[in-house]
Design a protein around this ligand. Structure first.
Ligand code: EPZ
Length: 419
């Protein structure tokens, strides 16, 4: 079994480049199933979830070639299968994102019902509501979701919650529906804008991504395109917190600063200096970190995917902070692990009260999900002694060689195989 070992690290110093965004690459890979000519994607992160998504595309009949570093070529002209196998669905819930494209291309899509995960039950009712609104029949039986239709017809769809995945799945399903589809209360994340830009390059006619109303005019057919994935705002935020928690001075390169406004704002409130440049930020830590409150919200609010990493920082901020998680119902799995490292945190429903401590101490801990794992690495760099992190497969799903990249900034982080 592999673990990640983290020792107390000196202030991080230097420059690090952010990879392409996992949460943009996954929907755009799924959307490639809509194309009937060659598609070239650049800056695709070399993470486990991308490998799984490529396997899903191949299972459905698409040709997928990994070219040079981060470049993937896809041709989905000959799609011949509309069933996403359980074993792949079970490995990665984002496989659900192929339903919209497959339904649009083949008029039928079968996906196994995704299970919940550490951060919540993660229902898919809004995805299915969208497919039904576009005219598809949808049944769930024997653990599968079967969607089918002779043709998809545009409609107005209101999302009860601005779900990222549901917005993406409905956008993709509607690209070739007859007539116009309007998604109201749509998610506004930058990854939705990246998906719109990619689909329009293929020949789709979509407007409004980035706002709460998206309008999709159905077209007959989609072709091919080249597209560069936007930078990963969550990876950027993770490295920024790494600089803050070690009192370092780091330039995080390849960022779109407008995508990370909430993280920049909250780091400044804590007392960290953040200098914004054209496509990078410089983060200069301080030893006078002060407690603040953080509330996660759908974009443009503070991202739920940054809450665990930020809480690691708050554990050593002077005073009491309150972190409120409003997006998922169970995203405090990292709290018990941080408490094993000496953090003083009390959970009360959707809120966690974090009282700053003088220092953390290293301990054996377990990653419960991708971002919780990242938080434990960050905490370990600040903690006295050694932290050993198990279940690091969660971390590998979303971060490429994170320990090597942090070591390039001076962090004492390495991977070790144990029995
Ligand atoms: C995407 O998940 C991201 N994953 C998540 O990132 C991210 O945390 C999340 O958006 C929120 O920003 C990918 O993009 C691959 P949602 P998604 O649908 O689409 C409820 C990471 O660490 N909901 O916006 O699954 C749901 O229960 C991952 O990179 C419904 O009720 O998120 C949740 O409470 C973790 N019905 C809320 O919406 C539905 O049909 C947000 O979920 C769908 C969602």
């Amino acid at each position: 079994m592999e673990i990640i070992v983290v020792e107390k690290s000196p202030p991080l110093k230097g420059k690090i480049r952010v990879n392409g965004a996992k949460n943009s690459a996954l929907p755009i890979l799924a959307a490639s199933l809509l194309g009937t000519e060659d598609i070239i994607l650049e800056d695709v992160p070399k993470i486990k979830d991308v490998e799984i998504m490529c396997e899903v595309l191949r299972t459905l009949g698409a040709k997928v070639e990994i070219l040079d570093e981060g470049i993937i070529k896809i041709n989905a002209k000959n799609l011949d299968n509309y069933v996403t196998p359980y074993n792949l669905m079970n490995k990665m819930r984002a496989s659900l994102l192929v339903m919209g494209p497959i339904l649009a291309r083949l008029g039928k899509a079968v996906c196994s019902q995704p299970g919940g995960c550490a951060i919540g039950t993660r229902p898919i009712d809004l995805h299915l509501k969208g497919f039904k609104a576009l005219g598809a029949g949808v049944e769930t039986e024997f653990g599968n979701i079967n969607a089918h239709t002779d043709k998809l017809v545009g409609n107005k769809i209101y999302l009860d919650f601005p779900s990222v995945g549901a917005t993406e799945n409905i956008m993709m399903a509607a690209t070739m529906a007859e007539g116009v589809t309007i998604i109201d209360n749509a998610a506004m994340e930058p990854e939705i804008v990246d998906l719109q830009n990619f689909l329009n390059k293929l020949g789709a006619d979509i407007k409004g991504a980035g706002t709460s109303t998206i309008k999709i005019k159905g077209v007959k057919k989609l072709g091919g395109a080249s597209h560069q994935i936007i930078p990963d705002r969550i990876e950027a935020g993770t490295f920024m917190v790494g600089a803050a928690i070690t009192g370092g001075d780091v330039i995080v390169d390849n960022v779109i600063t407008s995508h990370i406004k909430p993280v920049i704002a909250k780091l400044r409130e804590v007392g960290v200096e953040v200098i914004e440049n054209a496509d990078s930020v410089r983060v200069i830590g301080t030893d006078k970190l002060k407690a603040i409150d953080v509330k996660t919200l759908p974009y443009p609010g503070f991202p739920t995917d940054m809450a665990a990493q930020f809480m690691a920082l708050l554990t050593i901020c002077e005073g009491s902070s309150v972190v409120i998680e409003t997006v998922f119902e169970n995203r405090f799995m990292h709290v018990d692990e941080l408490k094993r490292m000496g953090a003083d945190i009390k959970i009360d429903g959707k809120s966690a009260i974090v009282r700053g401590v003088d220092h953390l101490t290293g301990a054996p801990v377990k990653a419960s999900d991708l971002r919780a794992g990242a938080a434990l690495i960050l905490a370990g760099m600040a903690a006295d002694g050694t932290t050993e992190i198990e279940n690091i497969h969660h971390i590998d799903r979303g971060y490429v060689d994170i320990e090597a990249r942090l070591r390039s900034l001076g962090a004492r982080v390495y991977r070790k195989t144990v029995e």
